[in-house]
Design a protein around this ligand. Structure first.
Ligand SMILES: *[C@@H]1O[C@H](CO)[C@@H](O)[C@H](O)[C@H]1NC(C)=O
Ligand SMILES: *[C@@H]1O[C@H](CO)[C@@H](O)[C@H](O)[C@H]1NC(C)=O
Ligand SMILES: *[C@@H]1O[C@H](CO)[C@@H](O)[C@H](O)[C@H]1NC(C)=O
Length: 308
């Protein structure tokens, strides 16, 4: 584009010191059009995204699993895994499985890639003891990955343990070892058919157990955050209020007491199977849960939950 006479005159006035230096907007424009290394922020993958206590229910249903959730700041995702001929396939039911969509390809490899970019190794990071997580605005917030085992738990667990080895090797996994819980970038929690005894026996432990929220007290298991950072329950069964009209005192008290039981043990509480429709009812239930201290919004509509 040919500069206008006006621009040439202004340039001349600036260069000859008659006019002040270019203003801040002109300087920004100039820098943006340059290729300056000053402008490339190193860990910009999730720049500006605020993590939220939202659980992406059946995350693999979305066109782009994991990344779509992260783009909304969702800090918990769920993958249903099926052990088929030695491979961990991801999908809701048998008809939804393909050879390409594996725990490895949809979750482990993308996470490795993101975490490597958030954790450059150089002279500035030599003293860093804990890896950064996926969220640049809150590098200490772990991503919770729920692995919902759909096939036999005892058979599936060893394959999941093997699949997460690259994350383990890079020290990206929250681990309980020698009595110490060390948080890292990703906290893996087994649910579905995950075998409790198998998880208890892990030492060190880097897969945790999704505890039964209605079975934390008077249990034969000593529940705590080193075994279960998360406890869940079917909302429909445990509470049942459909979000229309007033919640009863009994329903409201059952949410509060379940949340308290979890929190007393240092465990977070999640209610799944909350109403999805009508929208007003869904929102009323979410509001009630948050008011009562529930830690996670279990969501199918991530956009709605993140705008909540
Ligand atoms: C790392 O720690 C060493 C020893 O305390 C110190 O000399 C060095 O300046 C530190 N480096 C950075 C980047 O903080
Ligand atoms: C605890 O274990 C005993 C003995 O195995 C069993 O009878 C009981 O039902 C168990 N209680 C719970 C709450 O699981
Ligand atoms: C619902 O609760 C509100 C506020 O406590 C009360 O004013 C209203 O009468 C209640 N509605 C019904 C149908 O009980």
């Amino acid at each position: 584009m040919k500069p206008t006479w006006g621009a040439l005159v202004i340039n001349w006035l600036v260069l000859s010191g008659i006019l002040a230096k270019p203003g801040v907007l002109q300087q920004i424009e100039h820098l943006e059009s340059s290729n300056s290394p000053l402008l490339r922020y190193p860990t910009q993958f999730s720049q500006g995204i605020i993590p939220k206590q939202i659980h992406s229910h059946n995350d693999y249903w979305r066109d782009v699993p994991l990344l779509t959730a992260l783009s909304y700041g969702v800090s918990s995702v769920e993958a249903d895994v099926w052990l088929v001929d030695g491979t961990l396939l991801v999908g809701h039911e048998a008809a939804a499985l393909t050879k390409e969509r594996t725990l490895e390809s949809l979750y482990i490899q993308p996470l490795l890639k993101i975490l490597r970019s958030q954790n450059p190794t150089n002279e500035f990071t030599v003293n860093q003891t804990r890896p950064n997580g996926v969220f640049d605005t809150s590098s200490g917030t772990p991503l919770q990955l729920l692995v919902d085992m759909k096939t036999d738990g005892a058979a599936t667990l060893p394959f999941v343990l093997r699949a997460i080895e690259p994350l383990r090797k890079a020290h990206y996994l929250t681990t309980f070892s020698n009595g110490v819980l060390t948080k890292s970038a990703v906290t893996i929690v087994g649910t579905g058919n995950t075998p409790l005894e198998g998880i208890k026996a892990l030492s060190p432990r880097d897969i945790f157990f999704d505890a039964p929220l209605t079975g934390l007290v008077n249990s034969n298991t000593t529940w705590d955050a080193t075994l279960s950072p998360l406890a869940s329950v079917d909302y429909e069964v445990a509470v049942g209020w459909n979000g229309i009209g007033n919640i009863t005192d009994v329903q409201s008290a059952s949410i509060t007491s379940l949340v308290e039981q979890a929190h007393d043990l240092g465990i977070t509480a999640r209610f799944w199977d909350t109403p999805g429709w009508p929208r007003q009812a869904r929102d009323n239930v979410w509001k009630q849960l948050l008011r009562s201290g529930a830690d996670w919004l279990n969501a199918d509509d991530l956009q709605a939950a993140s705008n909540f």
